[in-house]
Design a protein. Sequence first.
Lengths: 428, 375
Amino acid sequence: MTDLNQSRTEQIQRSLAKRYRAEKRFRLYGTMAIAFGLLCVVLLFSDIISKGYRAFQQTYVQLEITYDANVLGVTDVGDSQQVALGDFQGIVKKALKARFTEVAGRKAKRDLYGLISNGAGYTLRDRLVANPELLNQTETLWLVADDDIDTYYKSIGSKAGAFIGRTSEGRQNWVAQLVESGDIELRFNRNFFTHGDSREPELAGIRGAAMGSLFTLVVTIMLSFPIGVAAAIYLEEFAPRNRWTDLIEVNINNLAAVPSIIFGLLGLAIFINFFHVPRSVPLVGGLVLTLMTLPTIIISSRAAIKAVPPSIRDAAIGVGASPMQVVLHHVLPLAMPGMLTGAIIGMAQALGETAPLLMIGMVAFIVDVPGGFTDPSTVLPVQIFLWADSPERAFVEKTSAAIMVLLTFLIVMNTLAVVLRKRLERRW
Amino acid sequence: MKKTHKLAIAGAAMALTVASGTALAAARDYVSIVGSSTVYPFATVVAERFGKSTGNPTPKVESTGSGGGMKLFCSGVGTKHPDITNASRRMKVSEYQLCQKNGVTDVVEVLIGYDGIVVANSKTKEPFQLTRKDLFLALASQVPGPDGKLIENPYNTWKDVNPALPNTKIEVLGPPPTSGTRDAFAELAMEGGAKKFADLKTLRGSKDADEIKALMEKLGIPASVFNKKGKKVFKAVAHAIREDGHYIEAGENDNLIVQKLEANPNALGIFGFSFLDQNSDKVQGSIIEGVEPEFDTIANKSYPISRPLYFYVKKAHIGVVPGIDGYLSEFSSEKAWGEDGYLAEKGMIPMPEELRAQYADSIKNQKIMTGEEFK
């Protein structure tokens, strides 16, 4: 017997080192998995940020602009008809000609006029309307440069060398002259936050898409939260346990896993083709996303209600509360943090969704910033998709910048969910 | 009590949604445009300029693809249907018939310009000198073998296809079948290459059932493909692109193809001319039949792979939806689609002057399609 025991102890001792090694390896695999995940996140973020940070700056050129009434064809700034027809791009051209007097020939002049964005005229128009006394006056202004110039100017001094593919030699010379006199510089890109989409990269902004996302999410939360919470309360607190409720439960769980494009098709068939809600508006987008987020909200709300201890219900009933009072006065307030967390995560998911919106016409070019639930609009992820698909080089950095904006929103929403849970959660 | 209020609000919101939806469908104060993703960059520029210069609401442009746009456009007359559809190919007879069936009988067709399709590679390598025949032999799923019968494509390297080409693996990144670029590439490059084979060329022109059957026998095409029109059988052969890994479907995003070409200098990519124009520091276009893809060679049609771009307008909507006529006149103005217009700046190849005049005229007089166009 003692022999046997000894040999067993020996055996264990011999295998002990092996077991420790296995243990160590096992932990190492776990650490490696986390390290790999973190590495991917770091790579993603550094790639996006390194490509996108330049989009927050824009190349501006300083010019001396004369609001010449003859060139503009405007004699009375109060006359909106005259102002609408005014040749504001003309005064920009004149200012460029005055700055570079040596330029002659039709082609060279066309090249020269291309230094400044087509949108500059509209900026000047708005300025003149706001300050009518400027007519026939001269002022020095910073104007947005064309996107080709912007790409060129930003690429000067980069490792790969300046991108001259779309910048002729003449333009390179003019830019060099402007650099020398300090009349060209990178400034904060306000347009990016105040404008809607545009086909001119230097004028394109995120505001239209951000407002579209906001309106869409308002519709989604207004509908999905009350409906989801009501469904969860009924199923948890009142519904009898039978085959029907089982069937409903299985279906809700299945719906949560349905690919989102299916909800888009459903939305197209029901909301647009049957109820004739107009295409491409936040209202229909919100309705479709409601369908998509409902299962998520119902499931998380049910889990939150389940987590409320039965003793609280029993105590309430014990002092004479009706079932509705039990739910409204006790269960719901205690389950609310969990429900809110679920709702916020559902909203974050809805914010990043493009596929269902494809079917209902929200993948569209929309310049005007939407002002309500029934104005045509797009959303942030769609804007990223559209910019990523545009040929102009300057849209590459705009795409990354838009991704940064979207990620910021997502991080804020998820942090909010965590904070709410930490703040309001109660332990029993 | 608060919670019950919330539920009531939700119910009211639902009811409102449906009610306001029905009311809103009646009126629309902005132009609705759908269609091709190739025309999208051009249509959007015009839409934006039109909106900014007139103060009208900017037209809404959706990128649905040529086929998807036609389907929406032809689904009926009324403000819930789009006013204009863009296409990177001409309307098909079947689509015209669909329009007619749904009461869209007054369609105005406008040709706006051309777009070149380029076969490009990374700038770190020599440019390719290709013919359409090379492209067909390299990319078709079945090619004529030594005895004239069609065989599964045996070529692995460009040198196998044409001894003058480099000895690198055939690797072409291109758009998927849903794309208009793919349709146009098949029609212009692949068909052009297939026509270089005598049997296939006769098959294309043939309308005689016996001759078609004999040719199909000779080429080894299964009888199930038979069609009264030899052209259809020909297309079935010429449009079939190989699926054995040498042609890689890279999605609809042309920027992505450019990035992949940069990473893989041995691969070729197929995309629209405007992307080549914007990325000329990274990629270069292959010389097709001795002609480089350039603005001028596409405009004068000496570059063989270029396609027409169209849009179609519902006459019934002009005057009902505000802004259509303004958008049309902006589009057909010389400063937009002219030789030096802003669309040319964006990479569209303008039409010759007499065609511009002709289509500006059909816009002005709202010339309706009669169905004769397809004859």
